[in-house]
Design a protein around this ligand. Structure first.
Ligand code: PLP
Length: 393
């Protein structure tokens, strides 16, 4: 059966809200609409109870305790709170931060701002697969290091980092460790104690929950992490993040986490099989393609491929029925080649020829076959129309 068009293969950018998540959220808009901070009536108590339950669900999902979960507007805010909050609150302990050049801009931009505030930041060059090793982090630590920030899974090329090893290193050196685990949550096992993280950023919209809600895990003991809040006014979330809580969003976030964790291994196995079929199909039908990112130790649903001689914008235009992205959708306003592909040494012309496919829960085998056929049709035509490619061939 032909698939319904257009086809959505951009699940690293965002995901559809699962209908079961939407159903869980709906009553919290117009039926139970109380403010979770209203202590004087049943509407408020009900909303607060829903937030408490969601907090417990999310804490359990990552092996934390409920009071270690701070709800935010998403992972950009969680990353900002982790970096600014930990660095500014612990300035007396040190003024050096270690991170990787392959991080999301939600980490890189705060790091650049911290530099302007007088912190020194080491941006580690990842290996050719986008990986940051514990040895590389160890080599960068100084007496002044206060925080290390390394993502669990890369949003562009799917690399899984050795978070537990980096966590153990940081613990042994008494340095705080933050991980942006947005892309790994619900896909890879994440236990804050096993990983040794002190701060961890999450967002709902990458795991079939709503946009605009996320969380920061903040370790409460061994060590108790101190943070300076970014948003003041009301003292919500134990004073770490003021503002009326997004109750429907929080309920949806917890429902999404519950669903993702319940079926995680089976779901990831079937997504991985579809991703492997996509890569096998591309390789079988199109010469001169290259995988960006690691061959193994990667997210099940991510595939980032360079099609030599073909501009990614032209390729996306010639297969408008397939929604993919080039570089990172989060930075698609810029025409610069992806900073992640640059960091792993992909030459600019191949970075400009790359597409990111993000498969997810609702991807079907028919959609993958359609996509392979669309690529096999478009790439040779674009190559044939390219004088540079013809001269080279
Ligand atoms: N970190 C990573 C790794 C991401 O992929 C994203 C995606 O947008 C973010 C942070 C930002 O999250 P949010 O959209 O919830 O602000």
């Amino acid at each position: 059966m032909p698939p319904k068009l257009p086809i959505y293969l951009d699940n690293n950018a965002t995901t559809a809200v699962d209908p079961r998540v939407l159903e869980a959220m709906l009553p919290w808009f117009s039926q139970h609409y109380g403010n979770a901070a209203s202590r004087s009536h049943a509407f408020g108590w009900r909303a607060e109870a829903a937030v408490t339950e969601a907090r417990e669900t999310l804490a359990e999902a990552i092996g934390a305790t409920p009071k270690e979960i701070v709800f935010t507007s998403g992972a950009t805010e969680a990353d900002d709170l982790a970096l600014f909050g930990a660095c500014r609150a612990n300035r007396a302990r040190g003024s050096h931060v270690v991170t990787s050049m392959a991080e999301h801009n939600a980490v890189l931009d705060p790091c650049r701002q911290l530099e302007r505030e007088g912190f020194e930041v080491t941006f580690l060059l990842p290996d050719r697969f986008g990986r940051t090793s514990a040895e590389a982090v160890a080599g960068a630590l100084t007496e002044k290091t206060v925080l290390v920030s390394v993502m669990a899974a890369n949003n562009e090329i799917g690399t899984l980092n050795p978070i537990a090893e980096i966590g153990a290193l940081c613990k042994s050196k008494g340095v705080l460790f933050h991980s942006d685990a947005v892309q790994a949550f619900g896909k890879e096992p994440l236990d804050v104690h096993a990983l040794g993280v002190d701060l961890m950023s999450l967002t709902a919209h990458k795991l079939y929950g709503p946009k605009g809600v996320g969380a920061l895990y903040v370790r409460a003991t061994n060590p108790r992490v101190r943070l300076q809040p970014l948003i003041l006014g009301g003292g919500h979330e134990r004073g770490l993040r003021s503002g009326t809580l997004n109750v429907p969003g929080i309920v949806g976030f917890a429902a999404a986490a519950r669903l993702a964790l319940a079926g995680r291994e089976d779901e990831q196995a079937s997504i991985r099989a579809l991703k492997d079929r996509l890569w096998d199909g591309i390789r079988a039908q199109i010469p001169e393609v290259a995988l960006n990112g690691p061959p193994t130790e990667r997210l099940a649903g991510n595939l980032n491929v360079s099609f030599a001689g073909v501009g990614s914008d032209a390729l996306m235009l010639s297969m408008k029925q397939v929604a993919v992205s080039s570089g990172s959708a989060c930075t698609s306003a810029s025409v610069e080649p992806s900073h992640v592909l640059r960091a792993i040494g992909v030459p600019d012309e191949l970075a400009h020829a790359s597409l990111r496919f993000g498969l997810g829960r609702f991807t079907t085998a028919e959609e993958i076959e359609y996509t392979i056929a669309a690529l096999a049709d478009a790439v040779p035509k674009l190559r044939a129309a390219s004088p540079a490619w013809q001269m080279r061939a």
